[in-house]
Design a binder for this molecule. Structure first.
Ligand code: GUN
Length: 283
């Protein structure tokens, strides 16, 4: 293997240490960052995520609430609950775990969260602010990707970044953030002709499509930085990314593993957003 490993867990731990110190400071001013996580139904993956979010809050000394609601909860009931948390001054961040049961319209729920408490960065106003370049709460996984790049000395400025995937949660926002960091950005997707050739132009290649081991070594320019946002489960139950890690690490300069790369950054950036929202609430 020639590529250097981008150790998301280590980077995430060091950011959490930084956050802890900031939390101590803000607590002396009488503010404890507060996050509520709302889970509707019993999706097993969501239950794990929610537990991990609550654990991170505890580790950093945040106030947290977890609201577990039955799958039959109506959209109106959920909207009422969000409205209550929008008004509650001890809560600075509201996260409604997705996916929601089919009878609830995700967009209506996301739109109802107060923008200043939108720690997921999914609200249309947050998305608009990101486009304009205004200071706003940024979506967690994309901002985690930027942190991984910067903290390994891979500043995107002047680089050609190729993003594979155009989802609202990762592909589009990470492209905007890379642009904001002065990269030249190409967004590729399922209808892009010659995907391997496009990918090979990248100094920074971000894969966020959800296709196991899609990115092969021929897709990667020697020395490129490869960020794998994919989390796919193989038939044998193991997790793997969108990048064929074993062969890509022979040619890449840097590569993120799955698990242990981008994944650990997401909750850490959620914690950073909650702290930011808490700080802003006191201004
Ligand atoms: N489900 C999977 N990832 C996420 C996320 O980043 N935010 C929310 N709210 N739900 C998710």
């Amino acid at each position: 293997m020639s590529a250097q490993l981008i150790e998301g867990k280590k980077i995430s731990d060091s950011i959490r240490e930084e956050l802890k110190q900031e939390v101590e400071k803000i607590k002396q001013e009488g503010i404890t960052p507060g996050l509520v996580v709302i889970l509707v139904g019993e999706d097993p993956a969501s239950q794990v995520y929610v537990r991990n979010k609550a654990k991170a809050c505890e580790q950093l000394g945040y106030y947290s609430e977890v609201v577990r609601l039955p799958a039959e909860t109506t959209q109106d009931e959920l909207l009422k609950l969000i409205d209550q948390y929008n008004r509650l001054s001890t809560i600075h961040g509201i996260l409604v775990q997705l996916p929601l049961p089919k009878h609830i319209e995700e967009k209506a729920i996301i739109d109802a969260i107060a923008v200043e408490k939108d720690v997921d960065g999914f609200h249309p106003v947050s998305v608009g602010n990101l486009m304009i370049g205004d200071d706003t709460l940024l979506p967690c996984t994309p901002s985690g990707v930027i942190e991984l790049l910067k903290r390994t000395g891979n500043d995107p400025a002047g680089k050609h970044a190729v993003v594979i995937g155009r989802s609202n949660i990762v592909g589009k926002p990470v492209s905007m953030l890379l642009l904001r960091e002065n990269a030249t950005v190409t967004i590729c997707h399922s209808r892009t002709p010659n995907l391997p050739e496009m990918a090979r132009q990248a100094d920074i290649l971000v894969a966020a499509v959800g296709v196991a081991k899609l990115v092969k070594k021929e897709w990667v320019k020697p020395g490129a930085v490869v960020i794998d946002v994919g989390v796919n489960r193989l038939p044998d139950g193991k997790l793997c990314g969108d990048v064929d890690f074993d062969e890509v690490s022979e040619v890449a300069g840097w590569v993120t593993p799955v698990p242990g790369g981008v994944g650990p950054m997401t909750i850490t950036m959620l914690m950073a957003n909650t702290l930011k929202a808490a700080k802003r609430s006191s201004r």
